[in-house]
Design a protein around this ligand. Structure first.
Ligand code: MTE
Length: 319
């Protein structure tokens, strides 16, 4: 994964986040008539992108953190989505015309129910929940994101995997016409990820379809992406078109690209350094350019929910 260049540092990190939001609100105040203001956990007003549809019937979740979420601007303009380019602001700039509808998801493999479903039909059986989660990127930066999503455990149960299903594999759309980055060989496309069936059915795992109560923007993985908050962000595969229940461990994009640097499990672990940098600390996006880095927590602070999944596994070897 590329290391951040000075050109990627955005104004929201130089200005303190609150001042930055206030200034944006002030600038936008005249332009927005009747636009909804959503109060973030920190009490900061955040104006969602008006192109995104409001989602309804969202339940709160006991799994949400009470840490202050990052601004909508941070979350939607500082991204990794190599299908739209490798720079942090490329996805925001290059995914604008991407069409997340019509969209279908193919469910295959060792399950009683399989087939290709329209996104709307895929979503029907499931309840929407808000999950405010920390996200720790393997590049040593982090954010707090108020996702809206569905429980992956519910999705897995719905399709009734058989006893042969030990893993769940995911794939992203691979469309060079719409995704300019796919025309370059930065990765072996399509982007692929996978979880063990136990990880996929852990209550923390979700498929996210929204941010800040509105449908998820293209650059964050519209219309649906994986979120596993105890793992490095690269496990959170975006714009999913395929879910496959497999008996063997699926190949995953970053592990294929650099197996010595990126493992299959990719659990956040401050004591296992990346070969090129330490994972002990992280820079919280929006905390200001000169703010101290904060300590990275084992399993990104979600150990009470997930540590049991890795009992007896050597996490230095199985990183
Ligand atoms: N999914 C696809 N299809 N392509 C990508 O390049 N990047 C991953 C992950 N999912 C990526 C992807 C990485 S490295 C990170 S850190 C997160 O998405 C970033 O998610 P965000 O941009 O919503 O913060």
């Amino acid at each position: 994964m590329l290391i951040r260049k000075p050109a990627d540092i955005r104004p929201s990190e130089i200005t303190s986040e609150t001042n930055y939001i206030n200034r944006r609100d002030f600038i936008r105040a005249g332009a927005i008539a009747g636009g909804s203001l959503i109060a973030g956990a920190a009490g900061a007003a955040v104006i969602p992108d008006t192109r995104q549809a409001a989602l309804s019937g969202i339940k709160k979740s006991e799994f949400s953190t009470d840490e202050a979420p990052n601004s909508y601007e941070d979350i939607t303009t500082y991204n990794n989505f190599y299908e739209f380019g490798t720079g942090k602001s490329d996805p925001f700039r290059n995914a604008e015309d991407f069409k997340p509808r019509p969209w279908s998801i193919d469910v295959s493999g060792h399950a009683e129910k399989t087939g290709t479903l329209d996104f709307e039909d895929f979503m029907k059986p499931f309840d929407l929940e808000e999950r405010i989660y920390r996200m720790r990127c393997v590049e040593a930066w982090s954010m707090v994101i108020p996702w809206v999503g569905i429980s992956l455990a519910d999705v897995v149960k719905h399709f009734q995997p058989t006893s042969k299903a030990k893993f769940v594999a995911f794939e992203t759309l691979n469309d060079p016409k719409q995704m300019s980055g796919v025309r370059w060989g930065s990765l072996d496309w399509p982007y692929r990820e996978g979880l063990t069936i136990e990880e996929a059915t852990n209550p923390l795992s979700i498929l996210a379809v929204g941010i800040y109560g509105k449908s998820i923007p293209n650059q964050n993985g519209a219309p649906i992406r994986l979120v596993t908050p105890w793992k490095y962000g690269f496990k959170g595969i975006k714009s999913i078109i395929r879910i496959n229940f497999t008996s063997s461990r699926p190949r995953t994009s970053w592990n294929m690209a650099a197996p010595q640097e990126y493992g299959f499990y990719a659990n956040v672990n401050p004591s296992v350094s990346h070969p090129r940098w330490s994972q002990a600390r992280e820079r919280r996006i929006g905390s200001g350019l000169f703010a101290d880095k904060q300590e990275t927590l084992m399993f990104n602070g979600y150990g009470e929910h997930v540590a049991h999944l890795y009992k007896g596994l050597d996490l230095r070897r199985n990183y």
